[in-house]
Each structure stands twice: as structure tokens, then as C-alpha cells.
Design a protein around this ligand. Structure first.
Ligand SMILES: Nc1ccn([C@@H]2O[C@H](COP(=O)(O)OP(=O)(O)OP(=O)(O)O)[C@@H](O)[C@H]2O)c(=O)n1
Ligand SMILES: C[C@](O)(CO)[C@H](O)COP(=O)(O)O
Length: 220
């Protein structure tokens, strides 16, 4: 089956509060995004990289500067992550095959999880990386809060892999803010979600301290 990876990096990184959008910040000497694309570099995976339209020339400069050779197609992103994924999906003309959707700012993804997500998506239609909670958890309302049983919850990561036809059809829905990931879009279209084991090291670089953690994990 033909395999695609959509690496979404179309955001502006407001929570990082950095001048440079966080996906371009250097980690161990090269932009975060280059680590992520390296993880997805398999002989049988076509990589689609989604970038803010205004940053495409800058990315091309970085590619030249770092002599970055991993083949990828560049697509312009949209207003929300949902729209960036949708643009990536629209660039895939085939309706059969598998696609893994991954945050560009999760550079520590293990290749073994990428392979596993494709295998499980081929079998079950989708495969969503997730991890158990380590902390206690409480739900809050305006006037109260209450402990919840953490074994009832999972933290959801990417990659999230799908049969292309299923996820393309799901993304025909109107955007709502509850679509915080791709699994939520598929679920809203009536499909059940198949969780697979993620990895605690597969952090989403979101706020400044995440950069320190990622740097340390990469060195280790
Ligand atoms: N319109 C958007 C928004 C987000 N993303 C991507 O989705 C991933 C997860 O999003 P997040 O960590 O929230 O990134 P940002 O939206 O850039 O960060 P922030 O919410 O702090 O602005 C990132 O790789 C980001 O670049 C995207 O492709 N298009
Ligand atoms: C897709 C995601 O990384 C799964 O955990 C997450 O929902 C992205 O959220 P963000 O607010 O766009 O960073």
C-alpha cells in the first residue's frame, strides 16, 4: 500500500513566545523540523510538509543552508491545524493507501512507532499514538473541581495514521474548535478510534522549557 506522511508545521508557535516560529528553532544544530522529517524518511513513505505560506521561502533557505536532502513536497497551511491537515490531504490524489499525520514539532518520534502506526492503520483503519497519565487529574467547573480516575484517560500524541479514504472523507466536515487532532475528526464522522502505544519522549515542543527537555533527550 502506498504510504504518505503529512508533517504539519503551519502554525506560528505563539505559546513559545519566540521571534522565529518554533518549528524552525535549532535543536542540536538544526531546525526542529529537520529532525522530524528525518524520522519519517523511509524508502516507501512520501513526505508532505505543510508550512505557513509566508515561511516557505525561509524553509527553502534553511534547506540550502543545511544541505538537507530528504525529499518532500511543500504545501501551504491554513488558519487552524485542521485546515493545514486538510490542505495536506487534498494534495494526495490517490484514495487508497495510508497516511500518517504528525506534528512537525514532535521531533523525537521513534521510527518504530511510525512503522507500527502504519501497520495498525492498515489492519484497523486508524492508529492513534497515546500514553498513560503519570499525574493525578481533576475536572473543573466554574465553582468546583473533582478528582477523576486517571486510568480512564490517555494523553494523545501523533502520529495518527489512517486509511486515506476514511480520513479524507472525515475532513469534509465543517471545522469546529473541538477538532484538536485528527482522531477527533474521524470520531465525529462515526468511526471508533484505535489507540496504540505512544512514547513519553515524543513531546510536542510547545513552550520554552520543552526545548530544554528535547535537547536533553536528543543528547541522551
Ligand atoms: N494553522 C496551523 C496550526 C498548527 N499547525 C501545526 O500543528 C502542530 C501542533 O500545533 P501547535 O503545537 O499548537 O503549534 P502552533 O499552532 O504553532 O503553536 P501555538 O498554538 O502555541 O500558536 C504544529 O507542528 C503546528 O505547526 C499547523 O500546521 N497549522
Ligand atoms: C494533535 C495533538 O498534538 C495531539 O495531542 C494536539 O491536539 C495538538 O494541539 P495544539 O493545541 O494544536 O498544539
Amino acid at each position: 500500500m502506498q504510504k504518505y506522511a503529512i508533517v504539519v508545521a503551519g502554525g506560528s508557535g505563539t505559546r513559545m513566545k519566540s521571534e522565529l516560529p518554533k518549528q524552525f528553532i535549532k535543536l542540536a544544530g538544526k531546525p526542529i523540523l529537520m529532525h522530524t522529517l528525518e524520522a519519517f524518511h523511509f524508502d516507501d513513505i512520501q513526505i508532505i510538509l505543510v508550512l505557513p505560506e509566508s515561511q516557505i521561502p525561509y524553509w527553502k533557505e534553511l534547506v540550502d543552508e543545511h544541505q538537507f536532502k530528504i525529499p518532500h513536497n511543500i504545501i501551504a497551511g491554513g488558519e487552524q491545524r485542521f485546515h493545514s491537515v486538510k490542505n495536506g490531504l487534498s494534495s494526495i490524489k490517490a484514495d487508497d493507501g495510508l497516511v500518517a499525520i504528525h506534528d512537525g514539532v514532535r521531533p523525537l518520534i521513534k521510527r518504530q512507532i511510525i512503522s507500527e502506526s502504519f501497520e495498525q492503520a492498515e489492519r484497523a483503519g486508524n492508529a492513534i499514538a497515546s500514553i498513560q497519565l503519570k499525574d493525578s487529574i481533576r475536572s473543573i467547573t466554574p465553582h468546583a473541581n473533582r478528582q477523576e480516575d486517571r486510568t480512564n484517560f490517555r494523553l494523545i500524541q501523533t502520529p495518527q495514521a489512517f486509511k486515506i479514504q476514511l480520513i479524507k472523507r472525515a475532513f469534509e466536515q465543517e471545522y469546529t474548535p473541538s477538532f484538536t487532532d485528527d482522531a477527533s475528526v474521524l470520531e465525529q464522522a462515526g468511526h471508533s478510534i484505535n489507540l496504540i502505544e505512544g512514547d513519553y519522549k515524543n513531546i510536542k515542543i510547545t513552550t520554552p522549557e520543552d526545548l530544554l527537555v528535547a535537547e536533553t533527550l536528543l543528547k541522551a
